[in-house]
Write a protein that binds this ligand. Structure first.
Ligand SMILES: C[S@@+](CC[C@H](N)C(=O)[O-])C[C@H]1O[C@@H](n2cnc3c(N)ncnc32)[C@H](O)[C@@H]1O
Length: 315
């Protein structure tokens, strides 16, 4: 990849996307649980990859396989286009950013409704997969960085329908970041995979490290964070995930899971004998959540970290 040479070597690699539920703000709490030694890194709900890029930037993934999984096929297809055709993506993104600077929200809706959704439809194969072109990937990034709260939501007919965000001067085209993300994803030991979280269960072996960040269980009816794909991540999914996490811990994997402190999660983990018997502890950490559409209801809340990894400062 010709363009990689101009990447600055020493600064951390930041996620390309502004993903709903992205974990950049939780990194200081999560870092305490990065295991000092592990085999492979597996992330079954990768989203914007905040933890993956953090691990990579700190050298913890050197000489290790990383398997990045998400059920959002558009997200993974966008990453693949960035990895494989970054110069073309960058050029298309520059054009979108320049047009956005001229016409703002009008341009957002023009791109979403007249270009992104129609092209996405045309490129959809019979199995439902969409082969992202650089142009489509650039539009995905543009819509993500200018749309409401980094949401990816599809309507009943499968069209992307997130409204424009209210940003004065959104950062759309950051070429250095794009190139560094492309370089990171081009590392031969990094694998991108579309799939359900259970894919990770089939892959994981003793010694592997898994960071598991599912759509959070809603703490109230209004705080529903499950709009990442068209399918809702409901109570049955949370239960299957809990069973998987217990199984991974018993298998000898290093497991770190985040979730809300909703009652259903407290019951599945904090109040569950199997979870404790598998050596999983349930810790509460403060977190600032930025996804609630009611600005007044944002602010300091707690969330759960559930893990069998011990930090240096624990008994
Ligand atoms: C909380 S977000 C992950 C955010 C990520 N940690 C970050 O820093 O950006 C949850 C992710 O799970 C994905 N997802 C939803 N249901 C899934 C499933 N059943 N299997 C795998 N991924 C799923 C969504 O597409 C979304 O990217």
């Amino acid at each position: 990849m010709a363009s990689v040479g101009c990447i600055m070597p020493d600064s951390p690699i930041r996620p390309l996307l502004k993903w709903a539920g992205g974990k950049r703000q939780l990194l200081p709490a999560l870092r305490r649980f990065y295991p000092p030694a592990f085999e492979r890194y597996i992330e079954p709900f990768v989203g914007s990859g905040a933890v993956f890029f953090d691990l990579l930037s700190s050298g913890r993934l050197r000489d290790r396989d990383a398997i990045l999984i998400d059920s959002n096929a558009d997200l993974i297809a966008c990453y693949q286009a960035v990895r494989d055709e970054v110069d073309e993506v960058a050029r298309a993104l520059d054009d979108l950013a320049a047009a956005h600077a001229r016409t703002g929200r009008g341009h957002y809706y023009e791109v979403r409704d007249r270009r992104f959704n129609p092209l996405r439809d045309r490129l959809r194969a019979s199995d439902g997969c969409i082969a992202y072109t650089p142009e489509l990937a650039a539009m995905f990034i543009y819509l993500n960085r200018t749309g409401f709260n980094g949401l990816f939501r599809l309507n009943a007919s499968g069209a992307f329908n997130v409204p424009a965000g209210r940003y004065e001067r959104p950062r759309i085209a950051d070429r250095n970041r794009l190139l560094r993300v492309a370089e990171a994803l081009s590392i031969p030991r990094v694998r991108l995979q579309v799939g359900s979280f259970e894919t990770a269960d089939a892959i994981a072996k003793a010694g592997d490290f898994l960071y598991i960040d599912p759509p959070y269980a809603p703490v109230s009816r209004t705080a529903n964070f499950t709009s990442y794909t068209s399918g809702r991540f409901g109570a049955a999914d949370q239960q299957r995930l809990q069973a998987m996490v217990v199984g991974l811990a018993r298998r000898g994997c290093h497991v770190l899971l985040s979730n809300s402190t909703a009652l259903e999660i407290a019951t599945l983990y904090e109040g569950n004998a199997q979870t404790r018997a598998a050596g999983l502890r349930t810790l509460r950490v403060p977190a600032r959540r930025a996804i609630n559409s009611h600005a007044g209801r944002r602010g300091s809340v707690e969330e759960y970290l559930i893990t069998n990894i011990h930090t240096e400062h624990e008994d």
